[in-house]
Design a protein around this ligand. Sequence first.
Ligand code: HEC
Length: 151
Amino acid sequence: MLAALALGACDKSPEPAQTHEAVASGSDVAPLDRNLDPAQIARGLAVYKQHCVECHGVAGTGLPGDWRVRDAEGKYPPPPLDDSAHVWHHPTTVLLEAIRDGSPQGEGNMPAWKGRLSEQEMQDVVAYIKSLWSDQVYRLWLKMEQQSREF
Ligand code: HEC
């Protein structure tokens, strides 16, 4: 339910170009320790290549065409999972639910991976997805993640 709400709330309007630029100009920030485990990322990449690449593209870059425009069936195409789309607007718990449960009913063609991937494999693939984001976007994501834990 949380994932359904969060994904539904994820608006598909174009990202204001200025968001990324404004963040990118912050050169005075301390080096970032992402606390990502390279072995886990390697396992996540293997899961990604086997199960996700056909829809989300190489290195999460998406497929040709506009992921914000509904297809003939009224469903949204798979979005990129790198930092060019909206995936980094979601905390880890929501990303895991999106993967576990798939698209909210009727809204898209994201399969539910529950029962097909282990919890560990889902966590590994999320770690891989995070590794695709720039430091600037990762910082924004981390702030949002920390806020989401305060509830
Ligand atoms: C058959 C195509 C397909 C496959 C295979 C697929 N996805 Fe998706 N995925 C989608 C679609 C379509 C959406 C958009 C769902 C929506 O709008 O309801 C999506 C959405 C997502 C989202 C939410 C993105 C956001 O910006 O909120 C995540 C995370 C995700 N997929 C991860 C994965 C992972 C990890 C795998 C492999 C284990 C995977 N997907 C495999 C089609 C696919």
